[in-house]
Every structure is written in C-alpha cells, then in structure tokens.
Unconditional design. Structure first.
Length: 490
C-alpha cells in the first residue's frame, strides 16, 4: 500500500493529518510539501549569500562605512543564531505548521519592505527580523520532514534533497546576487519576498496540521532567549565600535561587562528552567563541544574572508558584482559536487580526521590569498583559494554535523543539531565583528589598493582556522588516549 500525504478535503477544517511516507513512490502532495520546506531553506541560504555580493553597492549608495556594512550581515546571522533554539522549542510546543508558515510569511514581507528603505538602521533591523524568521523556519521545517517521512529510505531521500537545496541556495546565491545587483542593489533584497509568499500559499494547502495539547507559559524559555540574544548583540557591538570609541572607553567596557553578565544570566536561567532552551548537561560530550567550536571557527573565518574579498575586488579592483560572484563560484560547485558523496569519506575516516583535513585546506587557501596583488590574474591569486575553501567546506560541514549528533540520545538529536547551527551563526557574527574592527571605518579606497589593514585581517582569519586545527589535533589525541585507556582496562 502506498503511503503518502493526501491533499486537503474541501470539507476539512484544515490540511489532512500526516501519514508517514514509508516508500519512495511519493504523491504530488508529498512532492509539493518537500518543495515548500526545501524552498524555504534554499531562500535562507540564497538571501544570506546574495547580500554579500551587494554590500559594496549598498555601501556606495547609502554612504556606509565598513562597520555599518557588517551589521547588514551580522544582523541576519545574530537573529538566526540567537533564536534558533527558541524556534525549535516553539515549533514543538505550538504547531510546526503554524510556526513554519508564519515565519516564512514574515521573511517574505520583511524582504519586500527592505528593498524599499534607504536608512541603514531600518535595513539592519529588517535583516535581524529576517534572520529571526529563519531561526524559526529551519527547525520547524526539519520537524515537518521527520514527522512526514518514515525513518529509512524515504527520510534519507527527503533529507538528501533538503541538504542539497541548502547547499545550492548558499552556493548559487553568489551568482544570483551578482546578476541581480547589476540591476541595482535593491533587487537582491526584493526577489526572495515574492518567492517566500508563494511558498506560503502552497504550504497552506499541503503541510498537515497536528492538534497540540494546551500550552503553558512556563514551557517557553523567553528570558533565556532574550538574555542570549542581548549578550551576543552587545558583544558584537562592543567589538565593532571599539576602534571608534576606544577599547578602554566607558562605552566599550560597559557593553562588554553587560554582555558577560547577560551570558552568566543565561547559564543561570538554563540551570533553573523546567524547560530550558539548552540542557547544559549535553555539553559534557567532548565530541559535541569540539564540533560546535570548530563550526564557529569554520563559518566565522569564511564569513569574514568573504566580507574582505567582496570589498577588495569590487571597491579596489573595480570588478562588477557578477564578476565577483563568478570568482566565488568554484567554491560552491565543489560543495555541490561533494555533498552527495561525502558520506563515503566519513564512513572510511573518523570525523575528527576529516575535520582536520578540511581545516588544513581552509588554512592553506586563506594563506595563499596573502600573496594577492592588484596586478595578479584570477587564476593565480584567487582560484587556488576558492578551490581549497570548497574542499574545506565539503569535508568539514558534513563531518561536523555527523560528529555533533553522534552518540546523542534520540530525543536530543534536534537540540544537538540546533546547537551546531547556532554555533555556526554566532561564529560568523563574532569573527566578522573582529575583522571589521581591524579594518576600521573604511568607506572607500583608491583603485588598485588594498583596504587598510587587509593583510592583518586575513591573518586573523588564518589564526581562527589555525586555532581550529590545534583544537582538532588535541581532540584526536584526547579521544585516542581515552580509547587506549578503555582497551587496557578491558
């Protein structure tokens, strides 16, 4: 008997109740559901990637300094990273269908509005709202898939499509962003909006509803979410604005102190809350902690590097947005090509070893870029770096996900996955803030000249990746020691 989602009955109060899809003969409604969920993830990656290409054009149009430009990126990743765990909890308690559709609607409306504003503060605020929407969309979408497709071939196939769409969105976003920015910097901000609203219209019909039990306010760890978000926002603000105010100024010190206090408050809230966003006991897993720290370093170094290179090749070398996007394309193509096969590598090698090889590729790629001069052709100063970054991403991303969820109880798989994604976004925001502080308040540069302090900023990017290498080597050594100790004891 074929198991599939049934379209809504015209007499039903809402979409049909879910039936686990256990085979590979999917109905039209099942495929449409998968398109909606995967489409939302594709838009998340697409939006984040497209905005990076448009940054120089936005900066020139709105006369923004590097510090303001980084907030357009950081606003999104901070909203995403700080609310991801709350989004997962809300989708479990309220209704994954409701949370998903509302979040995608907010994302779409915010996209349309952001294309019309001319204030940097309004644009940054809307980017934060879009990131927060993604923080609710992603865990709700994942839970829709896990409750729709039965464990086994059907779910593996669905997750394969889901993962490929996520990688495609981030990779192809550079190309789409370059093409749209040629029409004007508002175009890449606008385009995700109508697509998101179209997904909502389809999702309303094909995503099944599930009746929930009565909710209680204590089920929501709102104060935990607020303290974590406030701590991260103040940390990034302090680092970015420190060059202007001074590292020892009252403003900088006050922001850092309050950030630390909010972080301590978050830990205290999580210890005492009956339904915490983060069960602190899960951090006793050394493999999970290593995966999260490495994930923060991986995306943090890449986000900062892309920010630096985007400003350099467009503002200094005078490249067009599409030229810059095509320069990054080899990275995306390698990630796309490796995604369906990387599980074969992980099956043969321990995940820490795969992560180590990936980070060594990152370090080598970033270090090669230090040779860059305005007169060097693309194939010499940039192509080797792009290829190595693609290899690093292809190896690290899959291995980090596998390691973060390995050995974790079934009922905490969602928490482990959400924590890893949170670490990715927080790493991106923090390292990007540090690099922006090094650049200072740069608005423009002369043609064929590097941005001030670019070499120092890239050295910081290399340093972050090297720290991940050292951390991974230590983890490999530690796990081998433990394994040998257990073998001797046995």
């Amino acid at each position: 008997m074929t198991s599939s989602l049934s379209p809504s009955s015209p007499h039903a109060a809402g979409p049909a109740r879910p039936t686990h899809v256990s085979d590979l003969n999917w109905s039209r409604a099942t495929w449409l559901l998968l398109v909606v969920v995967c489409g939302a993830l594709f838009l998340d990656g697409l939006d984040l990637s497209m905005i990076g290409v448009a940054l120089p054009s936005i900066g020139r149009s709105l006369h923004l300094q590097a510090g303001s430009l980084q907030w357009i990126v950081s606003g999104y990743v901070l909203g995403y990273g700080s609310l991801l765990l709350l989004g997962g909890r809300t989708s479990d308690l309220v209704s994954r269908r409701t949370v998903f559709l509302v979040a995608v609607t907010v994302f779409g409306v915010a996209s349309v509005i952001s294309a019309a504003v001319s204030s940097d503060l309004a644009l940054i605020a809307l980017r934060f709202i879009k990131g927060a929407s993604a923080g609710f969309t992603v865990p709700a979408g994942l839970s829709i898939l896990t409750t729709t497709f039965a464990e086994g071939p059907a779910r593996n196939r669905a997750f394969g499509v889901y993962t490929l769409c996520g990688a495609s969105g981030f990779s192809l976003g550079l190309v789409f962003g370059g093409l749209l920015t040629e029409l004007g910097w508002r175009a890449p901000l606008l385009v995700p909006g109508p697509i998101a609203l179209a997904l909502v219209a389809v999702g309303w019909r094909v995503i099944p509803s599930v009746q929930r039990q009565a909710l209680k306010l204590e089920h929501f760890d709102l104060f935990g979410a607020l303290s974590a978000t406030g701590s991260l926002l103040l940390l990034v603000y302090a680092v970015v604005e420190a060059p202007a105010h001074g590292w020892t100024s009252a403003t900088t010190i006050a922001c850092l102190v309050v950030s630390v206090l909010l972080g301590v408050a978050f830990v205290g809230i999580e210890k005492r809350h009956s339904h915490p966003l983060l069960r602190l006991g899960i951090l006793r897993s050394e493999s999970l902690v290593h995966a999260n720290l490495a994930a923060a370093a991986m995306y943090g170094s890449y986000a900062a590097f892309q920010f630096l290179v985007t400003l350099y090749v467009q503002d200094s070398l005078g490249w067009t947005p599409i030229g810059m996007a095509l320069a990054f394309l080899p990275t995306g193509l390698i990630v796309l090509a490796s995604a369906p096969r990387i599980h074969l590598v992980i099956a043969r090698l321990p995940t820490p070893v795969v992560i180590l090889i990936g980070f060594l590729a990152f370090v080598t790629g970033y270090a090669l870029f230090l040779r860059a001069t305005p007169t060097m052709p693309y194939v010499e100063f940039m192509l080797p770096t792009m290829l190595l970054i693609g290899i690093g991403f292809g190896l690290c991303f899959a291995a980090l996900n596998a390691q973060a969820t390995s050995g974790v109880a079934d009922h905490e798989q969602g928490l482990a996955s959400g924590l890893l994604n949170t670490s990715l976004q927080i790493g991106g925001a923090v390292v990007l803030a540090v690099v922006t502080a090094i650049l200072g308040n740069t608005t423009s540069v002369s043609h064929d000249q590097l941005l001030p302090h670019t070499h120092t900023a890239i050295e910081v990017v290399i340093g972050v990746s090297m720290a991940a290498v050292a951390l991974t080597v230590a983890h490999i050594y530690r796990t081998r020691e433990v394994s040998l100790g257990r073998a001797v004891t046995a």
